[in-house]
Design a protein around this ligand. Sequence first.
Ligand code: AHM
Ligand code: MG
Length: 336
Amino acid sequence: HAVDAQRTDLMTITRYVLNEQNRNPESRGDFTILLSHIVFGCKFVASAVNKAGLAKLIGLAGETNVQGEEQKKLDVLSNEVFIKALVSSGRTCVLVSEEDEEATFVDPKLRGKYCVCFDPLDGSSNIDCGVSIGTIFGIYLIKDKDNVTLGDVLQPGKKMLAAGYCMYGSSCTLVLSTGNGVNGFTLDPSLGEFILTHPDIKIPKKGKIYSVNEGNAKNWDGPTAKFVEKCKYPQDGSPPKSLRYIGSMVADVHRTLLYGGVFLYPADKKSPNGKLRVLYEVFPMSFLMEQAGGQSFTGKERALDLIPTKIHERSPVFLGSYDDVEEIKTLYAEQA
Ligand code: AHM
Ligand code: MG
């Protein structure tokens, strides 16, 4: 039968999540409500990011507003938007943001059962030149609602309920896992809705790309150096891998997820724990990778097994295609 030129039955992200939650008879829609508030934050940031270049050129909203206040920096603005959206959802309890030194404990009157760790606008070095940036988030359930502590967000990554990111790139894409595979949704700006465009994403078992800041090579440890050497000068007759590095974790991980390969931010002599933050960078991306059939490793263990002790803790990370990460694990095991 003929395919309609105009599709009228679109799977929006809200519809998708509602369907998922409805499979659990105890679901009362809390997660769907939480997620719709996160989605609102992403749309707000997408719109601000889209206008950012213009605002500079023609002073779209004015360099200073009517009260004479300076325009907020995009990362500060994004943080405010997400904190307010999450608190007002009435479904959150503890929030951790890359932008805030301390965790936010939601007013008891507005509390719900979820904890959200997020980086409101990651890839700061790419903001001013208009290159892809993104929001990353991970969601946990509180352990005991009568005794809410920092321990609720200092849980190993494997305890996460859901994770995702939104990439503000050539299109705005939200990638989400609620622990049942990975799905990608693209914002249709004319509808203001995220539409399911990438159902059930699976990362290729082996990839042809590696992604790393090679400028740090002189300080790398043995296994990292050896792995990158093998990418460039393979000894097994396979062709060398291509190097792609944007310096925006969301964009680099998104490409890795779709095309395969490996993304690494390893330890080095100057930063023995690497650069990326466990709660809102390493964990959510590791969760998505595993859900897509890939792996994520810290150089010592499965990334999702790590138990953080501080909210802004960092960890080295190697994530991506199953076979590529397996190779890195072998190199670390040989060294040990
Ligand atoms: P940020 O939180 O200051 O934006 O830093 C995190 C970013 C990641 O998006 C990216 O993977 C990494 O830093 C790039 O770091 P580098 O510039 O050292 O290669
Ligand atoms: Mg960041």
